[in-house]
Every structure is written in structure tokens, then in C-alpha cells.
Design a protein around this ligand. Structure first.
Ligand code: PAF
Length: 304
């Protein structure tokens, strides 16, 4: 497995793939890899001749008071995991390589980048869109893989590829969950044991919203109320938002339809977590994946 630490090295590593029109599957990550990332890699490997990953904690998608410096970094472990998954190569650029002196362009994602999660994290989606566009240009993949847990990010990336005619197929992969429902996230490692238990409230609340929909509630407010009540019952959690939205535009869906998704953000202790679920269980093409017991024991990064 090659590891390229600069744009020049990366281009050397990929040149033969580009020449031979080998299909490249790209899995962009910020590292601290877990089973969710592993599922993206496996899907990419299944779909493409060659699978590559990027590991880059992108400073431009973090707000000034967010966790950029604290964000978990585990490069050696990540590389070992990717090697074990037969990834062909990994791009691990430095911030200066991605944003050299004089860099002064940002992608403005428009309305989708400014609502819901974008309203709470100004500039976040612009940072994501900019770095993902750079990664696409630098690696020229046929397909790129993103988790559905970050549903608005996925919608943003689909929107930029459509709007800017970027010739990359964007593939959303199902959220991977712990057996108690907590969606895997690199930020779960911030949780203390009691917060970890409390963090299941997001999935419980989403399911309460889904139940309300199944029982015939169709307004955004009714579904949102069902979600809110559950979060409020958890002492360690504070709801940031719960909304029922269209999965492409993220505009409020009122009335909700089978396509709608419930998106939630909540603070558990000081850790901010996000998650989502379709209102209709039937509409979920592939149900949430959970870890098997043997995957939870041993050295899986989701446990580290
Ligand atoms: O989802 C992530 O890990 C990041 O937002 C991404 C897509 C790698 C861009 O930095």
C-alpha cells in the first residue's frame, strides 16, 4: 500500500491508474477510522478496480470554537486498518499542501449549506465542499463513498458534483451502529462511560419519531415533538435540533412523506453528536447495520 504525503507524490502514485483507465474508488476521511469507514472501504473495493483513501483533518470545516485541535488522530492505526483492508493507497496531505500560501477560493454551497446543520456551523459545508472538490480533482476517482450518518454532508456533496459537473459518482453508504443503536462516529471517543450510555438517546429519539409517523402523525411538528420528548428525558443530553426534512434539499417536509428523514443534533455532555433516520422503516433500502459481537471485542478502532 502506498502512502502519499504530498500532492506531487500522490500524482506519481495514481498516474498509471489514470493512464490505464482503471476505475478508482475514493473514500475521503478525517482518520480515527472505525467500522463505518471500513464499510465504505469494502463497498468501494467491491465496486472499483482500485480503492484509495484520504486522511486529512480539514481545518476549513471546523469553526473557531470547535474541536479541530482535539479531533482524534491515529495515523499508524488507521494505516494498519487500511492495509488489512487491501486498500491500494492512502493520501495523507499536510494542511500546507492542501492550502498553500495564496490559497483563496471557497465553494459556496448556497441554501443547502446554510440551513439546519449549516445554520449551527457557519462555513462548515463550504469547508467540506472545498476540500472534497480538491480531493476529487487530485485523485480523479470514478466513485466516492460517504456515510449516510452525515446526511446533509452527503446532500451537499451530491449538489456540488451536480452543479459543477464533477464526473464522480457519489455513493451514500448505510450508517453503521453499535448494538445499542449509537451511530459510529470518531467523536464517540470523547464520551465518558455515563455519557456513552446517555448517547443512545439520539437513536431512541429518532425511533420515537418513526413510531409517531407509523401511528399516523404527519406534520413536522408532531414528529419533532415525539423526538424532543425522548431527548428531554435524558439528563445528560441537550437537544440542538430535530427536524423532518427532504433528504436532498433539507427543506422542512410538511407534511412528512415516506422519503422524509428525521435529522437530529444533540449535545451529550460537551460532545455534539448528529444522527438521522428515515421516517418510514420501509423506505430504508438497507437497514442500519450493527456490529457483530466478535467485531466489538478485540482491536477494532470503533472501540479505541
Ligand atoms: O466526513 C468526513 O470525514 C469529512 O467531512 C470529509 C468528507 C472527509 C471532508 O473532510
Amino acid at each position: 500500500m502506498w502512502v502519499s504525503q504530498s500532492v506531487a507524490e500522490l500524482q506519481g502514485s495514481l498516474r498509471s491508474c489514470w493512464k490505464s483507465s482503471t476505475s478508482i474508488g475514493l473514500v475521503p476521511t478525517m482518520g480515527a477510522l472505525h467500522e463505518g469507514h471500513r464499510s465504505l472501504v469494502r463497498r468501494a473495493r467491491n465496486d472499483n478496480d482500485v480503492t484509495i483513501c484520504s486522511i486529512f483533518v480539514n481545518p476549513t470545516q471546523f469553526g473557531p470554537n470547535e474541536d479541530f485541535t482535539r479531533y482524534p488522530r491515529a495515523l499508524e492505526r488507521d494505516l494498519a486498518l487500511l492495509e488489512a483492508e487491501s486498500v491500494a493507497g492512502v493520501f495523507v496531505p499536510t494542511p500546507v499542501d492542501m492550502y498553500p500560501s495564496g490559497f483563496d477560493t471557497r465553494i459556496d454551497v448556497g441554501e443547502l449549506g446554510r440551513i439546519i446543520e449549516g445554520a449551527r456551523r457557519p462555513g462548515h459545508f463550504s469547508g467540506v465542499a472545498t476540500v472534497v472538490t480538491k480531493l476529487f480533482n487530485l485523485t480523479r476517482p470514478s466513485r466516492a463513498y460517504f456515510g449516510q450518518k452525515d446526511a446533509q454532508q452527503l446532500a451537499v456533496i451530491r449538489q456540488i458534483t451536480r452543479d459543477l459537473n464533477i464526473p464522480v459518482e457519489v455513493i451514500g453508504c448505510p450508517t453503521v451502529r453499535e448494538p445499542d443503536g449509537l451511530a459510529l462516529s470518531s467523536r464517540n471517543m470523547y464520551l465518558s462511560p455515563s455519557e456513552r450510555l446517555a448517547a443512545t438517546v439520539l437513536f431512541r429519539a429518532l425511533n420515537a419519531g418513526r413510531d409517531a409517523y407509523r401511528q399516523g402523525e404527519r406534520t413536522n411538528a408532531q414528529v419533532r415533538d415525539a423526538v424532543t420528548v425522548v431527548v428531554q428525558s435524558e439528563r445528560l443530553a441537550v437537544l440542538d435540533y430535530a427536524e423532518v426534512v427532504d433528504p436532498d434539499s433539507f427543506s422542512s417536509d410538511d407534511p412528512c412523506t415516506d422519503r422524509s428523514i428525521i435529522v437530529i443534533a444533540a449535545r451529550v455532555g460537551t460532545t455534539r453528536l448528529i444522527d438521522n433516520l428515515t421516517v418510514s422503516a420501509e423506505y430504508e433500502h438497507q437497514g442500519p447495520r450493527t456490529l457483530h459481537r466478535q467485531q466489538r471485542t478485540g482491536t477494532l478502532p470503533s472501540q479505541l
